[in-house]
Ligand binder design. Structure first.
Ligand SMILES: [Zn+2]
Length: 252
């Protein structure tokens, strides 16, 4: 088998030290693959996607250090960071509207810790679903692994995360937390109100369609109706977007 050159740093790489990507390019495991998060799957990724992810980690790590790290010690209740996932891999900063996926790397045993991160706007989180997987442990006993599948919009790089969580209860806590932040209510009592709001939203859409058919072509009315539908399903995220953009603009 031929030796290849790393498509990112140019180093010549031997068979065991190379990582093939989906577009048949190769990157080195020693330096370039390590710039990626472990939760980023290299096998189905193209070189451009890997580049986008590495940029995401470079920016995310700066945002983690400049925004999250100072907040870890805050005494202000509203600024407290919430931890989710095993080893607290997912951190949510409600005061800045940001979410960080972090990974601690150690030079030797537990020494020489460095943290890298991907930072997202909470407003871009549109999916958080429970997933499980049955695996056999070293003694052949079946164990269930629990995950929260997170999907972010408007993200180049790692946008879908399969976050290991300790239990279904841990997932439920997480889901409830996000629902609350977005004002999405799932209890039976509130579902009645939601149904009512949904009907109103549909009425708006119907109104917009009617105005298009009758030649009014009221684009703004149509857009407003779609916004209303979105806000109804996912909560109104205007304020979350504002907070996050304000915080991210300060990252140097
Ligand atoms: Zn390389």
């Amino acid at each position: 088998m031929a030796k290849h050159n790393c498509a990112l740093c140019g180093a010549e790489i031997g068979l065991l030290a190379q990582q093939q990507l989906a577009d048949k390019t190769y990157i080195c495991r020693k330096v370039c693959a390590k710039k990626c998060m472990k939760l980023f799957d290299l096998v189905p990724a193209t070189l451009d996607q890997v580049k986008a992810h590495i940029e995401q980690v470079e920016f995310g790590t700066k945002a983690w250090e400049q925004i999250f790290v100072p907040l870890l010690k805050t005494k202000n209740k509203e600024e407290k960071i919430k931890d989710f996932g095993q080893y607290g891999a997912l951190r949510v900063s409600p005061s800045t509207g940001l979410v960080a996926l972090i990974q601690n790397d150690y030079k030797f045993f537990i020494f020489g810790k460095t943290t890298k991160a991907c930072v997202y706007r909470l407003a871009d989180l549109y999916t958080y679903e429970y997933e499980s997987e049955v695996a056999k442990d070293s003694e052949g006993k079946e164990t269930t692994k629990h995950f929260c599948y997170l999907g972010f919009r408007n993200v180049y790089g790692l946008s879908e995360i399969r976050l290991p969580v300790s239990s279904i209860a841990a997932f439920n806590d997480m889901e409830k937390y996000f629902d609350t932040q977005f004002g999405i209510q799932k209890t039976l009592r509130n579902s009645l109100n939601n149904a009512k709001r949904q009907i109103n939203a549909v009425k708006n859409v119907a109104g917009a369609v009617k105005s298009i058919v009758s030649g009014e072509n009221d684009v703004e009315k149509g857009a407003a109706a779609i916004d209303a539908l979105e806000a109804n399903s996912y909560g109104d995220r205007t304020e979350w977007i504002r907070k996050a953009d304000e915080a991210l603009a300060k990252v140097k």
